[in-house]
Design a binder for this molecule. Structure first.
Ligand SMILES: [Zn+2]
Length: 74
């Protein structure tokens, strides 16, 4: 891997990805997958956007993405 492109937006934000399926808690089809920074690092989560219940939560594989730029300079 060779670094990341500089964000063009002033405030970069994680893209939410729409996910097919229904929320087991409220039955809503408004479900999105995105990354969150929480205890233990980055997590890939799938959450109902209606009631915010977590459908899936797993540790992201790329924990050190923000550090690669620094490593490139060393
Ligand atoms: Zn729900």
């Amino acid at each position: 891997m060779n670094g990341f492109p500089r964000p063009s937006e002033e405030k970069p934000r994680e893209e939410k990805r729409e996910v097919e399926g229904a929320c087991p808690a409220c039955g809503s089809h408004d479900i999105a997958a995105y990354r969150v920074l929480s205890d233990g690092g980055w997590w890939d989560v799938v959450k109902c956007q209606n009631c915010l219940s977590s459908i899936e939560r797993r540790r992201s594989e790329n924990q050190y993405a923000p550090c690669t730029l620094l490593w490139n300079l060393m």
